[in-house]
Design a protein around this ligand. Structure first.
Ligand code: LLP
Length: 416
């Protein structure tokens, strides 16, 4: 469900052949379809329209100012995890009362700025953090708004690194401690405990774990008679990286809405990947084809794990298509980058048509946790980000130059 498709054998982004973009801008680059982005935001908005939730796009998935601004302009709020994301959120004019802030390690300074700006909610991850928020709010003579992030101990079927709602993980607060917090809310005189939050993980393609966790949360709320203003059920809706089917926004809504309909509190959602994942691709070029002594074929491309970390870190599968379509996939390649690590790959043993140096490839579904997890490792400048919008090709982030690599570094006098 995206706007990257072949037309006459040439891969297009919306109505523009990507080969045309490659002719104008050097590869590698990230390429986004505005239409796909908005389409996915509205898929969630429409699916949940009966309960009119606040949809806070999770900036960690992609914090490009233009992507976030497009969503904010369409009515989204933002889910942030750092002072840096707060800075970017405010920069694009996101109303503070649409910003929610999670993270197990919010610093005193970050908390101070966020209270000063009047964000909608801190999603509180521990008692010491709550004490810190209370004391910062007190020193500012303000009342901070907060939700308790619950850890429901529910295990979704996803990669361990992105499982967050089981009891051995660092996130959230168990029900017993949470009850204790609400019972003793008057201890936190400068915090208004207005909601609860739960986020069990990412890339979850089934509805059942959401329902299981939500049921536990609602049971907790009912049992302890806690009056809340909002219930934030986090993000985590998965997308189809492979041919395996993922639940749709409607599938999620169909089961979640009945659980909360008629309640007095407002629903908040924090989707990241679902909104932006399929709206972006990574376009790169084959530099060399190399065959090893055991006849293994490597296609060495000009993008690496520093540009797209997901395959190396999570063994994640991203479809790879040549920009110009061929008849059959009759070769197997490891698609590898130029980084000096054997874990630097975009795909292993991938069936593709015969590739030659100079071919361009599209690494699909790279809009979420692609650029946002990229780094300068091996002193490689970060990539440009380009967006197709209303039939135009727009650069939404310039590629870094070598001089950007030394920004902030200083040669000290002590060196001989
Ligand atoms: N809310 C909270 C509190 C989160 O921790 C996250 C993601 C989200 C919302 C958004 O989740 P989403 O809807 O995007 O699944 N780098 C990993 C994903 C890490 C997700 C971290 N938390 C990856 O590339 O798969």
């Amino acid at each position: 469900m995206h706007e990257f498709h072949y037309k006459d054998g040439v891969l297009q982004c919306e109505d523009i052949p990507i080969a045309k973009i490659v002719g104008e801008y050097p590869t590698p680059f990230y390429l986004y379809s505005y239409r796909t982005l908005m389409d996915h935001f509205f898929k969630i908005k429409d699916a949940f329209k009966d309960v009119n939730p606040l949809i806070c796009f999770s900036m960690k998935a992609n914090s490009n100012l233009n992507i976030c601004k497009a969503l904010v302009n369409a009515g989204a709020g933002l889910d942030i995890v750092s002072g840096g994301e707060l800075y970017k959120a405010l920069k694009i004019g996101c109303p503070p009362n649409r910003i929610v802030y999670a993270s197990v390690g919010k610093t005193e300074e970050e908390i101070k700025v966020a209270i000063g700006k009047g964000i909608l909610s801190f999603n509180v991850e521990s008692v010491p953090e709550l004490i810190m928020i209370n004391s910062v709010a007190k020193s500012l003579r303000k009342k901070a708004h907060a939700a308790i992030r619950l850890n429901p101990d529910v295990k979704p079927n996803t990669h361990d690194y992105i499982t967050t709602g089981t009891k051995e993980k660092k996130f959230g607060i168990d029900f017993k401690r949470a009850e204790d917090i609400f019972d003793n809310a008057n201890k936190y005189s400068h915090v208004a405990l207005k909601g609860v939050h739960v986020h069990i993980g990412s890339q979850i393609t089934e509805v059942a774990p959401f329902v299981a966790s939500l049921k536990k949360v609602m049971e907790f709320l009912e049992k302890s008679n806690i009056p809340i203003e909002w219930l934030n059920i986090g993000g985590g809706f998965g997308i189809e990286y492979t041919k395996e089917k993922a639940a749709t926004a409607n599938d999620f809504a169909k089961e979640i809405i009945p659980l909360i309909k008629g309640k007095t509190y407002k629903l908040i959602l924090e989707p990241g990947r679902f909104v932006v994942g399929s709206s972006g691709i990574l376009v790169c070029k084959v530099l060399y084809i190399k065959t090893s002594s055991n006849d293994k074929k490597f296609a060495i491309v000009n993008a690496g794990m520093n540009d797209l970390l997901r395959p190396s870190l999570y063994n994640a599968h991203h479809e790879i298509f040549p920009l110009v379509k061929r008849d059959a996939n009759n070769y197997k390649y490891d698609i590898v980058g130029p980084i000096c690590e054997s874990g630097d790959y975009l795909a292993l043993d991938r069936e593709l048509p015969e590739l030659v140096a100079g071919d361009h490839l599209a690494v699909m579904n790279a809009g979420a946790y692609g650029f946002s997890m990229s780094s300068n490792y091996n002193s490689r400048p970060k990539l440009a980000e380009i967006m197709v919008i209303n039939g135009e090709i727009r650069v939404i982030r310039l590629a870094e130059k070598y001089r950007d690599l030394i920004r902030g570094e200083k040669i000290i006098k002590d060196l001989k």
